[in-house]
Design a protein around this ligand. Structure first.
Ligand code: NAD
Length: 513
């Protein structure tokens, strides 16, 4: 059962784009704003057909949105925390009760299966639930009598207007990670979602409005580099949260920081899963398939490299390969489909190139996803398994972001750890073992932000925070959870004294206790 809400209507008629399709508008100050110039094509990746056009904001429109947000934020900041919490409770109910509606919007533009999209909505909802306790998360601190008759307290105040720039692969979850906490903390937000699957962001903005969020607190500005650059240079915007690929994350971090903004920029990944000789190989093979090919490998926490330790490689590769024909690939709206298409034709060409290149570089293509036969023009490729991969090969060194599992064979645990620690990415990793001592040592040794012990996709629950190390995160605070409240607030420390006038005196010395 699903009802639909209109994500395309505009208050002023959109100019007719060349495609004849309606333009997906911005939402600024509670109004739907038509394209002020350029538009970009939006596709259904399962059919390859263009289904819409998205407005691509000019720099002038971004600056206007920032001014709108700034004006609205003054009132939101002054709104009682209890009232803010009520918005979060209502938002939670709206999203939970209409999750399938949002999931289908995601599938239509991203291509992931509807159950997978529902999983994304559920994980995004975790953060909304965390934010229903915003009064607790925003609590300050108080120290009595730090000196005679002197008390100190510390409060957390919003940074003001913040921008959230999000990737295509989680068009609902990542915006919910960012905007919910930023708003709970009293900020106003400019959300710049991926231009490839923009409609989920508009749905979320509508849900917030229905939950009672005042107009202008959550503004959706669609766009590409022009809009992002305007965000990075806008003086009103005080903080930037970004999730996307490593080169863009680094660019965002550098330019935003140069302009004096607080910034957290999460980048790409190359996640390794170690399989120790004592691991249960059937469980490890199941985990590799699930984490490698789920969402067609387009997850920043997808397993990309299986590290086979000691003599497990032959058996493990055979067990993974024998499971692969059972993975059903097709339109993500069809029942029983487990893996959908890639996001664009460019992504398909890129992933195809990695498989072809691996063969040329001397790796062994055990299962070749290029052989998949799907009808129509969708951006499909089947799952691939590539054995005998090594550092120095493109298939190992670069982030593929597609359904390609590489197998690297190593002699022992130390070699496995050295391999992972030498990699420039450090988002997630996992070890499969039945030995607690090995698992504990792995947790101690590994230089990666999120670690799974017999858990292939260790995305932390909403009460913790999400973030990688090294080239997977530029900045020092992670997303959602307590760290996000830290990122979206500034601490102010107040020192108080109520002296008797008779105690007043002049003293030019530096105050001590
Ligand atoms: P992307 O870097 O291409 O785009 C992310 C955002 O940046 C989009 O909003 C896009 O419009 C904008 N952008 C793109 N090019 C830009 C440019 N030249 N200048 C300014 N802005 C630009 O990433 P993507 O393809 O949408 O998403 C996939 C990537 O995101 C993968 O690398 C994946 O690993 C990563 N990712 C990381 C995490 C994480 O938590 N670390 C989570 C999800 C995705």
């Amino acid at each position: 059962m699903s009802t639909t809400i209109d994500t395309t209507t505009t208050t002023s008629p959109a100019p007719e784009p060349a495609s004849g399709l309606t333009v997906i508008p911005h939402i600024i100050g509670g109004e739907r704003i038509a394209a002020d110039g350029r538009t970009g094509a939006v596709f259904n990746p399962a059919t390859g057909a263009q289904t819409g056009e998205v407005a691509l904001a000019s720099a002038a429109l971004v600056h206007e949105a920032a001014r709108t947000a700034q004006a609205a934020q003054r009132g939101w900041r002054a709104t009682g925390l209890g009232k803010r919490q009520q918005v979060m409770f209502r938002l939670r109910e709206i999203i939970a009760s209409r999750a399938e509606e949002l999931a289908r919007i995601i599938t239509a533009e991203h291509g992931k299966t509807v159950p997978d999209a529902l999983g994304e909505v559920t994980r995004g909802l975790e953060n909304v639930e965390f934010c229903t306790s915003l009064m607790h998360h925003l609590k300050g601190e108080y120290s009595e009598q730090v000196a005679s008759g002197v008390d100190v307290h510390q409060v957390r105040q919003p940074v003001g207007v913040v921008a959230c720039i999000t990737p295509f692969n989680f068009p609902a979850m990542v915006p919910l990670w960012m905007v919910t906490t930023a708003i709970a903390a009293g900020n106003a937000v400019i959300l710049k979602p991926s231009e490839r699957d923009p409609s989920a962001a508009n749905w979320i903005a509508d849900a917030f409005a229905e939950a009672g969020l005042p107009a202008g607190i959550l503004n959706v500005v669609h766009g590409d580099k022009e809009a992002v650059d305007a965000i990075l240079d806008d003086e009103i915007i005080r903080a930037v949260s970004f999730v996307g690929s490593t080169p863009i994350a680094k660019y965002i971090y550098t330019r935003a920081a140069e302009n004096g903004k607080r910034v957290q920029a999460l980048g790409g990944a190359k996640n390794h899963m170690i399989v120790m000789p004592d691991a249960d190989l059937d469980s490890a093979a199941d985990a590799a398939i699930s984490a490698g090919y789920g969402s067609a490998g387009e997850r920043c926490m997808a397993v990309s490299v299986v590290v086979a330790v000691g003599d497990v490689a032959d058996d493990l590769v055979a067990k993974i390969a024998e499971r692969m024909p059972a993975v059903t690939v097709g339109d993500g709206t069809a029942p029983g489909i487990e893996m959908g298409p890639l996001i664009t034709r460019d992504a398909l060409d890129r992933v195809t190139g990695f498989v072809a290149g691996a063969e040329a570089e001397g790796a062994r293509v055990v299962v070749d996803g290029r052989e998949l036969d799907t009808p129509g023009d969708g951006f499909f490729i089947g799952p691939s398994l590539v054995d005998e991969v090594a550092p120095g090969m493109r298939v190992y060194d670069e982030e593929i972001f597609g359904p390609v599992l590489s197998v690297v064979r190593v002699a022992n645990y130390d070699e496995a750890v050295d391999l992972i620690n030498a990699n420039r990415y450090a988002n997630g990793t996992a070890v499969f073992t039945r030995d607690g001592k090995t698992a504990r040592q792995f947790e101690f040794d590994i230089e990666v932000g999120m670690v799974g012990i017999n858990v292939p996709i260790p995305v932390p629950v909403g009460a913790f925070s999400f973030g990688g190390w090294k080239d997977s995160l530029f900045g020092d605070t992670h997303m959602y959870g307590a760290e996000a409240f830290q990122f979206y607030t500034r601490r102010k420390v107040v020192t108080t004294r109520w002296p008797d006038p008779s105690e007043s005196q002049i003293s030019l010395g530096f105050p001590t206790h």
